[in-house]
Design a protein around this ligand. Structure first.
Ligand code: AMO
Length: 443
């Protein structure tokens, strides 16, 4: 068994952020040596823990030896007296400290983690993620992400949803138009799930309202700042809806809870990143796909007749329009042509070329896709036949619709896209701990 060196006494740990409330007391902090600075007969040790930074001041003849013996990133325990000092982080520091190492002397990090900005390119950061992410600026987006997921869960728990966990290895693709990874499953052909779409729909038949937070896989052959081959999908699905508008209303509540949780739980991370948490309007503005094309054609002079989808430049333009026209950073685009939506999409009553579906644009980018689904078994059979697809690969999914399914709908929000947009990241990979893409399978 490996045990701590006998010289390190067990200690009740106090966090760096608690020091200002402990002035005059003797306390012990534990963390990583963020930075050391040695003057003639004084050394400053800045310790980093999950709450922030704490400074210890070593004076006297041993100052140089203490600082010299502990390179940056060594894990230290420091016991000392909390003393007020307006120039120290948080206005307090540890004086007359006893310093001991809880790890061996740390090897130098790939770049200086104590500098206020990140002195490294994105590939360097990603290559060295386990250590690089210790930099407060690189860690912060992931705290925003965690707070967002907490808000997502809280909103849906409050609305009577049940959290589910569905397989990530499946027997058929779910999202037409998105690439799929094939894998060998004990000699049989299987796929990595592109979404929990079929499972969440069928679970409406069991729970009425479900959500899932989980990984999904897309064989994206292109290298962009907004696509990953694995991302985290925040999915919801609910039964007994009149149409897609009820789904949009739930999404509005979810976004409000996510922004509230970010403000509440990740305030420090947002401040560090200068991230502006958006206001979610009481009613998020919406525009029908056909109207969006008319606006775009009128303003840009493009001939967009017959277009079936929006290009990224169109999404950026529409986002700017929503901000100018409605003061909203969010915009629903509804009614996308059926031709571009997956087979489970419900058509628009009276206008069957269009759909009861929507995308939500946020700061120029598609953040959410959702809509009302077909819920009658015969409608699935007709639709698949019209698309020239055999029903057999979907047998297990289609079976649920033979046994009574209510009108239902749902949505999926890409977590990394949300976090990247919210924190002003120039690349989705800055909002992903260990990105998986065309070129990256490690670390
Ligand atoms: P869709 O395929 O549009 O819809 O995906 C939903 C949301 O997931 C995010 N997203 C991605 N994020 C990072 N990298 C990617 N390669 C990537 N692809 C998609 C986007 C997108 O809006 N089953 C439907 C949802 C539903 O109707 O409920 C679906 O998966 O933010």
């Amino acid at each position: 068994m490996i045990s701590a060196p006998a010289t390190v006494p067990p200690a009740r740990r106090v966090l760096a952020a608690e020091l200002p409330r402990r002035i005059g007391h003797q306390v012990t902090v534990q963390g990583w040596l963020h930075r050391r600075r040695t003057l003639k007969s004084v050394a400053f040790l800045i310790l980093r823990d999950r709450s922030g930074l704490a400074q210890a001041v070593v004076t006297g003849p041993e100052a140089a030896a203490v600082a010299g013996g502990h390179p940056e990133e060594t894990v230290l325990q420091i016991t000392g007296t909390v003393t007020a000092n307006p120039r120290a982080p948080g206005g307090a520091e540890l004086t007359r400290p006893a310093v001991s190492a809880l790890s061996g002397p740390a090897a130098p990090p790939p770049f200086d983690l104590y500098r206020p900005t990140v002195p490294a390119t994105l590939p360097t950061v990603l290559d060295h993620a386990p250590v690089a992410l210790r930099h407060p600026l690189l860690r912060a987006p992931h705290l925003v992400s965690a707070a967002s997921v907490a808000g997502f869960r809280a909103a849906l728990d409050g609305l009577g949803f049940t959290e589910i966990h569905t397989p990530k290895v499946v027997a058929s693709a779910t999202e037409s138009g998105a690439g799929v990874f094939a894998i060998d499953w004990f000699g049989a052909r299987a796929y990595l799930a592109q979404s929990p779409q079929f499972f969440k729909q069928t679970m409406v038949g069991v729970f009425e309202r479900v959500y899932e937070v989980g990984p999904v896989f897309r064989a994206e052959p292109h290298d962009t700042a907004r696509h990953l081959a694995q991302y985290t999908s925040l999915d919801a699905e609910l039964g007994f809806v009149a149409d897609h508008r009820e789904v949009m209303a739930v999404l509005r509540e979810v976004l409000a809870a996510m922004t509230a949780a970010v403000r509440d739980r990740a305030a420090r991370a947002c401040a560090l990143l200068n991230a502006e948490v958006p206001d979610v309007p009481e009613r998020i503005p919406e525009i029908h796909f056909t109207r969006a094309l008319e606006l775009l054609a009128a303003r840009t002079g493009e001939d967009l007749r017959g277009e079936q989808d929006l290009a990224p430049a169109h999404e950026r333009w529409l986002s700017r329009w929503a901000l100018g026209e409605h003061g909203s950073e969010f915009l629903f685009v509804t009614g996308y042509p059926m031709a571009k939506r997956p087979f489970y999409t419900h058509p628009e009553p009276g206008r069957p070329r269009y759909s009861n579906s929507f995308d939500l644009l946020f700061r120029g980018l598609e953040l959410v896709t959702g809509g009302q689904r077909l819920h009658r078994h015969e409608d699935y059979l007709t639709t698949l036949a019209a698309r020239g697809e055999p029903p057999e690969p979907y047998a297990g999914y289609l079976d649920a619709f033979r046994h009574g399914m209510p009108p239902h709908g749902g949505f999926a929000l890409g977590l990394e896209r949300w976090t990247a947009r919210l924190t002003g990241a120039d690349n989705i990979r800055r909002a992903t701990l260990f990105p998986r893409d065309l070129h990256r399978l490690t670390p």
